[in-house]
Design a protein around this ligand. Structure first.
Ligand SMILES: NC(=O)CC[C@H](N)C(=O)O
Length: 304
């Protein structure tokens, strides 16, 4: 299929609508991004790529990186991971604190900030040099050795981390954080600060469309059962309190970040990464969701 033509007409369709939403401004560095940018890249499991718009402009992937940290932690500790974090959709915002006390410090799922903080704590326990080894993992799955953290974005987020600090303190109180709070926060801010463009982002998700193996070398990253489960978690939890709406409109597992990126997976076929910085009130890219709705409607692609 020639995806480029479909991208162009889906894009035309959404651009005729008024553009609304606003860039994330609670992380000062993210507020500086030009909100009008739009890019998309689709990469098939047979390694064909299709780009449109600002697909090679790097952006802050933010919470999309939670899928990478979950993948590595799940591979390292196996099913024990679910003693510390759940697999249920929360129906709450990404940084909500309301359920955490009620649930005795066990986050509903690993896509929430609280869940990703627990996963960060697990990785710090498991890895000798957590930031370095995690970056190596992301470089491996993306096939791109130049992927890096942005210390500028990590420290910008640290300055304004009041809610994330509250979340980690509640979990420490309930004995669900084993390492030093500052070390876990530092790891979490770095993982959120990773920058990628749409092309690299879609390639980084390909193992989830390919039963856990890299499509380039065949190397196993996780087994097929784990790949299925991570896709299931994305389907139910990847868009926080908009997860139902995303599933209803798009019908693919995916993950968003407050940098305006979205990565989605059609298992066995392709991954698609779209980026546009204006966010809705749930913290998800307005144009990204509009575009994916158009795209999946035009192609009739869905997991259902
Ligand atoms: N949804 C997101 O992308 C949120 C990630 C962001 N780093 C935060 O902790 O608030």
């Amino acid at each position: 299929m020639d995806y480029q033509d479909i991208f162009a007409s889906a894009c035309k369709e959404i651009q005729s609508k008024t553009s609304h939403g606003k860039v994330a401004d609670y992380i000062p560095e993210l507020a500086k991004v030009n909100p009008e940018q739009f890019g998309v890249h689709l990469e098939t499991v047979t390694n064909s790529g299709f780009s449109f718009g600002d697909a090679s402009t790097p952006f802050s992937i933010q919470s999309i990186a939670k899928v990478f940290s979950l993948s590595l932690a799940y591979e390292l500790v196996g099913e024990r991971i679910w003693k510390r974090v759940g697999v249920e959709p929360s129906g709450t915002s990404f940084n909500s604190i309301v359920q955490l006390e009620h649930d005795d410090g066990i986050p509903r799922n690993p896509m929430l900030n609280a869940g990703a903080l627990v996963i960060s704590d697990i990785l710090i326990t498991q890895l000798d040099n957590p930031k370095k080894e995690f970056l190596e993992f992301v470089r491996l799955i993306s096939g791109n050795a130049s992927i890096d953290y942005s210390s500028r974005i990590a420290s910008s987020e640290k300055e304004m981390s009041y809610v994330n600090n509250a979340l980690i303190n509640v979990m420490k109180y309930f004995n669900n954080i084993n390492n030093d709070i500052d070390e876990v926060m530092d790891f979490y801010f770095h993982l959120c600060s990773i920058e990628m463009d749409c092309e690299v982002l879609s390639k980084s998700f390909l193992f989830l469309a390919n039963k856990g193996k890299l499509t380039t070398t065949g190397e196993k990253i996780i087994n097929p059962s784990k790949a299925k489960r991570i896709n299931a978690i994305m389907q139910l939890c990847g868009f926080y309190d908009q997860a139902g709406d995303f599933s209803f409109k798009i019908g693919l597992p995916g993950k968003s970040g407050v940098g305006g990126g979205i990565a989605a997976v059609l298992p066995g076929e392709y991954t698609i990464a779209v980026w546009s910085p204006r966010l809705n009130k749930q913290g998800n890219s307005v144009r990204g969701i509009d575009f994916l709705e158009q795209f999946t409607t035009m192609t009739k692609h869905s997991i259902f």
